[in-house]
Every structure is written in structure tokens, then in C-alpha cells.
Design a protein around this ligand. Structure first.
Ligand SMILES: CC(=O)N[C@H]1[C@@H](OP(=O)(O)OP(=O)(O)OC[C@H]2O[C@@H](n3ccc(=O)[nH]c3=O)[C@H](O)[C@@H]2O)O[C@H](CO)[C@@H](O)[C@@H]1O
Ligand SMILES: C=C(OP(=O)(O)O)C(=O)O
Length: 509
């Protein structure tokens, strides 16, 4: 290996170790070597065998180098450029994956229109394919066809793909209609702190599901004699737990009432889809859902999920942070109204076009034109609420926006234990974000952004915030390992480039 390669690989190992928060001595201990050897490796002064490289990768849980195009993807951003033009919001990750899970309820052919072609969807497709479901992208518009087999081959499940998502939890609801006994692996996903699965269990237990969590799997057993005599009350207004309860009730004879249900966008899309499958649902968009199940569903169904409010918010933030005028087309306004009201109070100048309907026939869309504005910090703290409220996933964007505003903004993320923490990474680009406690940050603006190199934090939205700050930062920045962004956004870099950004994609070695 040439000295240059050794030096580059050493740098990648050092970045990855620091990202894990380990000292050289800790890594050395795991590898059974000395701290001085690790020091030499990181400085490119030690020849490395492929075996050692693989062991380091395993220890750090990170692919240090790989051949071909499958290595970690990085972005090189030349910032400080004004953006302009129009961009369409794509359909949502969270509805897309809920609908993929719900397609398991249908013996017929499900066609989903314009599904976001993102890594989260890819993982779920891998899982579906591994259990015998045939899936096919139909065209360049990302229409997707799903045809289940007569019987699922659950023993063959691609556990590795399943473990990389949290969505695998949403197999519980559909599968309990199909099998008496099955297992799914523990869920993965972003590192946002502990995310309980109890709200799912609270709901599904009432519908006859018993789950034992051992050895990395949820072992599920279904008692079909369980009668639902009272409304099912969710202990948290969880989006995915509501989806699971809906999918479990969808093929159950009789009526199931779900209270404290989430009325959020992805749940609404799921309800509209289930209605197309023949399931009766009253109360869509409210916190009480009454489901009239149908024991057998065998229809060829065609459904177009709605646009992603979180992607729309990301693009609003892109315009604000770069001081640009951009038109964001197809923004689902019902799920952005509070965000826009807060931004208006902060001084945002924007224009909202006439409403029109999404292809699902229900969701109201608008075109939003964001204009360069002098923002000031809001008087009150910014905090999320379950819908209708400021969306939990939109909250991180207020950190990067607050960093451009004059004054100090308090952002209170009471929801996730570990998400606000990742926003402190913005300081590497010149922001002044102070962590008051794991849930609260103070952001002092305005910021003179400056380009640098950052490894993506293991959380989708904070990672996108860093990318947006890089767009604003003069000079060249590097954002490493952007799988986490690709998990939720389709071709984000290329689409921002169409607005005038300069982002280049590259991979290791
Ligand atoms: C695939 C998908 O759709 N993911 C979304 C879904 O995840 P998901 O439905 O899995 O969200 P959770 O149920 O894990 O809820 C998120 C967090 O909010 C807390 N919580 C939630 C509701 C509540 O009434 N009280 C409460 O404390 C939970 O304890 C948890 O820490 O909803 C989250 C909250 O909108 C979003 O961030 C995720 O993008
Ligand atoms: C937290 C998120 O998603 P997930 O539930 O897939 O982790 C998100 O979309 O920001």
C-alpha cells in the first residue's frame, strides 16, 4: 500500500474512532494491540493487512474502505452560493414504508405511485423480497408494484436489512393477521436515544398479540380467541403504533376503535390506502379511528402517497440558510402551518399559492416561495407536539434556521433523548449552539458559517441540518458517510445542485 493510501486510511480510522467517542487506548484494547500501534496506524505509519482492516472495521462498526461503489458515500460541498428556482417535494418516507408494510395485508397486486427511492425503502424491499414478496420498480417515476406469495417465507427473512430500520416493527400488525406464530428482529434506525416499543405492545396485546423479546428477536404469538370489547387506548400518540393497530384491525372481523390515535400525515395516507382495500375507517385525521375490518383482502389496488412535509421543511430551511429565493412546489400545507406561523413571527417573507390536491385525492398542497429575509429569534421557545403541532421531525431545522436569526432561540426537544445533542455539531461550522441539557439547546445567531469536514451524526434530520449549513458556509466542506441522509431523501444533493448548489458525491478509495 502506498504511503498516501496508508495516510488516508489512517485518517478514516481516526475519524471513525472519534465518532464512536473512543480513545486510541480503547480501540487498542478491543483489537488486542497497543495504543502506540493505533497511533501509528492513524498516522499512516504502519502497514495494514486486509485482516487487520476488517477487524478495525468490525470493532468500530464502520466500513473503513470498500471496493467498487458500495463504500460509504460522502459529499463535498462548495458553499456560499445563492440558490434559485423551483423544486418539487417528493412523497414521504414515512408513508411510503407504512404502505409497503400494509401491502402485506393484500393478497392482490398493490401499485404505489411515485414512491421515494430512498435507503429506508430499499431495506424494507430487501426484507419483503427475502420473505417471498415480488416487488418491481415500474418506471422512472418510481411507481412500485408489490405482489405477495401465497404464503410468506418468514424463516428466510433478511435479518441484516431488517435490523437497519425501525420500520420492521410495522410488520407486527400485518403479520398477526397472517400467522399464528412468527418472529421479527429488534428494530434499528437513527440514534435518537431510547425509543420504546411499549406503545405498540399496549395496542397489539389488546388484539391478541403476545411478544417475548429474547436473543435479538421479538417472538410473537397470536391468540385469536381474544375479543375486543372496548376501545383500544394508546398510551402515546405514536405514529407507528397507530399504524400497527390499524393494520392489525384491518383484517379483523367487526369494529375496532383506536383512541389517542395519531392523526399525522403518514397515518392519514395509510388510512386512505386501507380504505381503498375495502377497510372501513371513520375519523381519519382525528385521534379516534373506528375500523371496520374485512377478513379477506384480495384486490388490485393503486395508490399514490402524499408529499413529505419534512422534506418540504428541509427545503424551506435550505432557502433561509442560504438567503435565497426558492419556490417549493407540492408542499403539504396542513402539516406545515405551525412551522410557517413560527417562521412568520421570526420575520420570514414568503408567499403561499392556491391550494390543490395531492394525487391521493385528499392532502392539500401549495407552492411556497421563500424570499431572503432578516430573521430574529422568536420570543418563546420552539417545541414540537404530536400532530397538529410543530412536527417533531421538523424541529431540528429550527436550529439551523435560528443560527441565521438575530438573537438567542431556545429549542426544546422533549421527545427524543438524543437528537438535540447532534445539533451541537453545527458548531464545527461556526454556529453557537449550547446544550442546556439533553433536551434543550440555546442557539445564538447570526452565524458566519465556515466550511469544514464533519462526519454525519447518526440521525437523519440533524445530518441534513449540517448539510444545509455547509451550503451556507463559504469555502469547501466535506460531509462524510451520508447513508443516514440517503435513508430519508432521494437524490438530495443532485436536486439541490439543480437549484445552483455545488455538491459532489464521492466514495472512499
Ligand atoms: C417511520 C416513522 O413514521 N417514523 C416517525 C414516527 O416514529 P415512531 O412512530 O416510531 O415514533 P415513536 O413512537 O418512537 O415516538 C417518537 C418519540 O416520541 C415520544 N412520544 C411520542 C408520542 C407521544 O404522545 N408521547 C411521546 O413521548 C416517544 O416516546 C418517542 O420517544 O414518529 C416519530 C414522531 O412523530 C417521527 O420522529 C418518526 O419520523
Ligand atoms: C426519526 C425519523 O425517522 P425514523 O422513525 O425512521 O427513525 C425521521 O424521519 O426523522
Amino acid at each position: 500500500m502506498s504511503e498516501e493510501y496508508l495516510r488516508r486510511i489512517g485518517g478514516l480510522i481516526r475519524d471513525s474512532r472519534k465518532h464512536r467517542g473512543w480513545t486510541q487506548a480503547q480501540l487498542a484494547e478491543v483489537l488486542g494491540t497497543s495504543q502506540s500501534a493505533i497511533n501509528r496506524i492513524e498516522h499512516g505509519q504502519q502497514n495494514l493487512s486486509l485482516e487487520m482492516l476488517a477487524r478495525i472495521g468490525d470493532a468500530l462498526n464502520s466500513e473503513i474502505v470498500s471496493l467498487g461503489t458500495s463504500g460509504p458515500m460522502h459529499l463535498r460541498v462548495v458553499g456560499g452560493r445563492e440558490l434559485s428556482g423551483s423544486i418539487d417535494v417528493k412523497t414521504s418516507k414515512n408513508a411510503g414504508i407504512a404502505l409497503l408494510c400494509a401491502s402485506l395485508l393484500n393478497k392482490g397486486r398493490t401499485t404505489l405511485r411515485k414512491v421515494a427511492r430512498i435507503e429506508e425503502v430499499n431495506r424494507i424491499l430487501e426484507v419483503l423480497n427475502s420473505i417471498g414478496v415480488r416487488t418491481r420498480w415500474l418506471n422512472a417515476s418510481n411507481d412500485l408494484e408489490i405482489v405477495p406469495p401465497a404464503r410468506l417465507d418468514l424463516d428466510n427473512m433478511d435479518v441484516e436489512a431488517a435490523r437497519r430500520t425501525r420500520t420492521i416493527l410495522n410488520f407486527l400488525g400485518p403479520l398477526m393477521n397472517l400467522e399464528d406464530r412468527f418472529k421479527i428482529p429488534y428494530a434499528g434506525g437513527c440514534d435518537l436515544g431510547t425509543r420504546t416499543v411499549e406503545p405498540h405492545m399496549v395496542a397489539l396485546r389488546k388484539l391478541g398479540l403476545e411478544v417475548k423479546a429474547t436473543g435479538g428477536f421479538y417472538h410473537a404469538e397470536v391468540d385469536r380467541s381474544v375479543k375486543v370489547t372496548r376501545p383500544i387506548v394508546l398510551t402515546e400518540r405514536s405514529d407507528m403504533a397507530t399504524e400497527n393497530a390499524l393494520m392489525a384491525a384491518a383484517r379483523r372481523e367487526g369494529t375496532t376503535v383506536i383512541r389517542n390515535a395519531s392523526p399525522n400525515y403518514m397515518v392519514q395516507d395509510l388510512c386512505f390506502f386501507l380504505t381503498k382495500l375495502g377497510v372501513g375507517i371513520e375519523g381519519i385525521g382525528t385521534t379516534t379511528l373506528t375500523v371496520h375490518g374485512v377478513p379477506d383482502i384480495d384486490v388490485d389496488v393503486d395508490y399514490a402517497p402524499s408529499e413529505d412535509p419534512i422534506e418540504a421543511m428541509s427545503l424551506i430551511a435550505a432557502a433561509i440558510v442560504t438567503g435565497s429565493q426558492i419556490t417549493i412546489r407540492r408542499a403539504p400545507i396542513e402539516f406545515l402551518e405551525i412551522e410557517l406561523a413560527v417562521l412568520e413571527e421570526m420575520g420570514l417573507d414568503y408567499e403561499r399559492g392556491e391550494e390543490y390536491l395531492a394525487a391521493n385525492g385528499h392532502t392539500r398542497l401549495v407552492d411556497l416561495t421563500i424570499r431572503p429575509s432578516q430573521l430574529r429569534a422568536p420570543i418563546d421557545k420552539i417545541h414540537p407536539m404530536p400532530f397538529p403541532g410543530l412536527n417533531i421531525d421538523n424541529l431540528p431545522f429550527f436550529a439551523v434556521i435560528a443560527a441565521t436569526a438575530h438573537g438567542t432561540t431556545l429549542i426544546h426537544d422533549w421527545v427524543y433523548e438524543n437528537r438535540a445533542i447532534h445539533l451541537v455539531e453545527l458548531n464545527k461550522l461556526g454556529a453557537r449552539v449550547r446544550l442546556a441539557d439533553p433536551h434543550r439547546i440555546y442557539v445564538e445567531g447570526p452565524t458566519r458559517w465556515s466550511g469544514t469536514e464533519v462526519i454525519c451524526p447518526p440521525a437523519l434530520r440533524p445530518a441534513v441540518c449540517i448539510l444545509l449549513a455547509m451550503l451556507a458556509a463559504k469555502g469547501t466542506s466535506v460531509l462524510r458517510n451520508v447513508y443516514v441522509i440517503n435513508r430519508g431523501y432521494e437524490d438530495l444533493a443532485e436536486r439541490l445542485n439543480l437549484l445552483g448548489a455545488k455538491i459532489e458525491t464521492f466514495r472512499d478509495i
